[in-house]
Design a protein around this ligand. Structure first.
Ligand code: ATP
Ligand code: MG
Ligand code: MG
Ligand code: MG
Length: 490
């Protein structure tokens, strides 16, 4: 059968709905009322009060026993941050959809494992011989024993050599530094098949990927450690794009149907060739990395802005600004797109996802405008930054240096608007590193300077003289480095 992503999504929802799970809408990617969270990073976020026993028994949440949904997630900051992998691998996005199912104090491990197996093998028809399951091997630090119950449940469906013990880093799931958590069992899939791939599970191999995580939520983590919860819950999450890639017989998430309109649009705006589907380290693959990153970033920004976030200088807004600047840099420098290209991806995102997520349609105009302004603000700085960095590369090579200094990376940040992670990315592409500690101390010095600045301004005339002296010195230093100063930093 043919498995368009929309059918993969609806099949999941229908399967659990028919098992009396209540369909729940996706909550916004911008969490409404959780200060511990930058963006919604999992389907369970909106149910946190239920896990913690804080939902009033008469409220709608409090009455919920079983639920199912497809949740918009962004993992670009906080505990779950995949930004550095995005574009460079084939199965992490900053924005993705998580298919989720829940039991709130209702059924537990046995049913959860059975449903997962039944849905994947019978309904979706995945090949049994390519599936692997992991279970929590226990952890002394956490004071928890191995989850032999989960292991034994899998023995009903899988041979022992495809049931693997795994450590807390992979098999103890936590929402953030605090919050609901517990041991989990995960299902992994070998995209190649016909071999023993057990050594490749959880080994960053793009052909053996984690698809579904079934978490046994039993604890709340706070500053003092783990506390058992009043009830035991099931919380599952499966990456829609990953599952769709398997069902569509693709080796990469980015080869599934929903990314193709974005790739065609990028191709039509770029001066380089089309997407080739290559992953690795040479020039062609850098081009493909750019395609993947831009497509991903266009989705992330569109969804985040539709839910009310805006690019800015701090917190959540700065994550969006960083994502946009990465996307724009990939487009202009690597693909040769014209300045201002990025906003034209928004209508494609809306067209592709508007039916499932009507908020995109409702907010299309706002999204385009916000992105246009943000792109414009970065426009001239980007060109200057690219020139500056090209010159810097030559200079470093001459001096046999392989590290971009704190002063240089801070100049790119402060004067040219290059977030540090973007400079690091460009350095990596050039085989260079960045002195992160040096950058940090420049940041500190900068904060100190603006503190001084405020003090001096309060002092009036004499303070003004000191300020002018500082400004003079700054522009002298900048000239030394061969650049003009500007106060256009954001
Ligand atoms: P991975 O180990 O591959 O980074 P994870 O263990 O961090 O995944 P979970 O927190 O268990 O992921 O999330 C549940 C599911 O969501 C995963 O099994 C995977 O299918 C999907 N998923 C997680 N992160 C991403 C991402 N960045 N992009 C796409 N899908 C993802
Ligand atoms: Mg991860
Ligand atoms: Mg994992
Ligand atoms: Mg996982």
């Amino acid at each position: 059968p043919d498995w368009p992503t929309s059918l993969v999504r609806s099949t999941f929802l229908n399967y659990f709905t028919s098992l009396s799970h209540h369909p729940q809408p996706s909550s916004p990617v911008v969490p409404l009322s959780d200060p511990t969270l930058l963006f919604t990073n999992a389907g369970m976020n909106q149910f946190k009060p239920i896990f913690l026993g804080q939902a009033s028994p008469t409220s709608q949440l409090g009455q919920l026993k079983k639920a199912v949904n497809s949740q918009k997630c962004i993992r670009a900051g906080g505990k779950h941050n995949d930004l550095e992998d995005v574009g460079r691998d084939t199965y992490h996005h900053t924005f993705f959809e998580m298919l989720g199912s829940w039991s709130f104090g209702d059924y537990f491990k046995e049913e959860a494992v059975y449903y997962a197996w039944d849905l994947l093998t019978r309904v979706y028809g995945l090949e049994e011989g390519r599936l692997y399951a992991t279970y929590f091997e226990g952890d002394e630090g956490l004071g928890l024993p191995p989850d032999l119950e989960a292991r034994d449940l899998w023995r009903k469906y899988l041979p022992d050599d495809r049931i693997l013990a795994s450590n807390a880093a992979d098999n103890f799931w936590e929402m953030g530094d605090t919050g609901p958590c517990g041991p989990c069992t995960e299902i992994h899939y070998d995209r190649v098949g016909g071999r023993d791939a057990s050594k490749l599970v959880n080994a960053d191999d793009p052909d053996v990927i984690e698809i579904w995580n079934v978490v046994f939520i039993e604890f709340n983590k706070d500053e003092t450690g783990l506390k058992p919860l009043p009830n035991k819950h099931i919380d599952t999450g499966m990456g829609l794009e990953r599952l769709a890639s398997l069902l569509q017989n693709k080796m990469s998430n980015y080869d599934i149907d929903v990314f193709q309109p974005l790739f065609s649009k990028i191709d039509s705006m770029s001066a380089s060739g089309p997407y080739g589907g290559l992953v690795g380290e040479d020039d062609v693959t850098l081009r493909d990395t750019a395609y993947r990153a831009i497509a991903d970033h266009a989705r992330a920004l569109s969804f985040a802005i539709a839910d009310g976030a805006v690019p800015s200088n701090e917190g959540r807004g700065y994550v969006l600004r960083r994502i946009l600047r990465r996307g724009v840099r990939y487009g202009q420098q690597i693909l040769g797109c014209e300045r201002g290209f990025f906003e034209h991806l928004v209508p494609v995102v809306v067209e592709t996802f508007g039916e499932a997520y009507p908020e995109l349609v409702a907010k299309e105009k706002d999204i385009v405008e916000i992105i246009r302004d943000e792109e414009k603000a970065f426009g001239t700085m980007l060109d200057r930054g690219i020139t500056y960095f090209d010159d810097l590369k030559v200079e470093l090579a001459k001096k046999k240096r392989t590290e971009v200094s704190g002063t240089e990376s801070f100049f790119m940040y402060d004067t040219l608007g290059f977030p540090i992670d973007l400079t690091e990315l460009m350095a990596e592409e050039a085989g260079l590193t960045v002195d992160a500690a040096g950058f940090e101390s420049e940041m500190k010095a900068q904060k100190e300077r603006s503190r001084m600045d405020r003090k001096m301004k309060k002092m009036g005339a004499s303070g003004q003289i000191v300020l002018e002296l500082i400004a003079e010195q700054t522009s002298y230093l900048a000239k030394e480095m061969g650049v003009e100063t500007t106060d256009d930093t954001s």
